[in-house]
Design a protein around this ligand. Sequence first.
Ligand code: SF4
Length: 451
Amino acid sequence: MNLAEKAKNAALSAAIRQALSYLEKDPEANLPKLMGLVDKLSPEGWYTAQRGAVRSAIQEKNNWYQLILKICRLDPGARSTFFENFILNASLLGSALQEETQAREGCNVPWAILLDPTSACNLHCTGCWAAEYGNRLNLTLEELDSIVTQGKAMGTYMYIFTGGEPLVRKGDILALCEKHSDCEFLSFTNGTLIDEDFCREMLRVKNFIPAISLEGFEQANDGRRGSGVYGKVTRAMELLKSHGLPFGISTCYTSQNWQDVSSETYFDSIIDAGALFIWFFHYMPVGGGAVPALLPTPEQRTEMYRRIRTFRSTKPIFSMDFQNDAEYVGGCIAGGRRYLHINARGDVEPCVFIHYSNVNIRDCTLLEALKSPIFMAYHDGQPFNENMLRPCPMLENPELLREMVRKTGAKSTDYESPEEADVLCDRTVPYAENWKPTAERLWRESGHTVP
Ligand code: SF4
């Protein structure tokens, strides 16, 4: 970034900060003014479609407008930090630096880094390996800090904790939020460790957002996670809402729970609870404990695709469907193209579901990891399919993951039961073949050409 660009970005940041302060007074009256200012100051072509969507939401006062108003009513500290860290640092200034680094280094540079601070968990959910691993695997605070520091130097300002249960390491996570106050931190969590004290700490650091895991209604959650867990999660959501703290939900859909989690009742219940977003994940049959019968059928996945899109245009919540929304992000986002994952042992993996790696962050820099063989294979191979309803090199194009792992010599980094890529890919071949005709029909129906 040259000096003129730096000055322009600084002016844009200052103007947006000033405009955001208007929202505190009267959001409904000042939102159109804020958008006008953003349009005036934005560089040509900068998030044109997204800015257009926000502008029409304001004009039409639709479900997105209701969501924007909910954000405006959050705790002022958490809200302005979100705008500054997420919109300005991660998306505007960070993206420019990511692109610059990418062009200079010839590798992918991520928008977000997913990190497992620990393999430990306070619950003992059916089918989950975490409890057995206990406290055995951890990234130290120094290691977490070093990853964030290296990431920021490349333009990455978004960090997402996975696990294990990240909040088992509450103290270190808050220390990281405090030290890197210009980054936004999000955490997948079972929600049971969120209490009054932790909400106060969230208000203090301002840049931490939980994404609470829910698998449906009370019976489904308690059946898998243990009796009383749903009640604790409900209490956590009440606390977050009463403090004006932003939070969302993370839901994995399977052949068993898809109907519940795509129902209007489920959407309405989490909206009432105060959630601002819901992130849906398709079940991935990874590791020794995988249960292929949990994979949704093509009909079930199609229904998820349709219902999530319907609710996205009618309900005041931002819903993302990790597997069916690839068209909005140009296909697979892993391998550092938009994100990467570092596990609690330090293995740098292309994706939170793809446990193959050539490098460990304890032995190399983040940039070296991005240039490691499997990351470069992702870089060179993306998008893995022109049909964005078949984005994944493991789930929908298993021959591609098989080949990337063979060519790069990446080793399995699965904690629980390391498995050969051939074993994993043999498991997904029937699913991929079964899904292909439906994916082609849906892709054609949405106005695209089938490759
Ligand atoms: S590797 Fe598969 S699951 Fe991971 S981001 Fe790419 S498409 Fe999604």
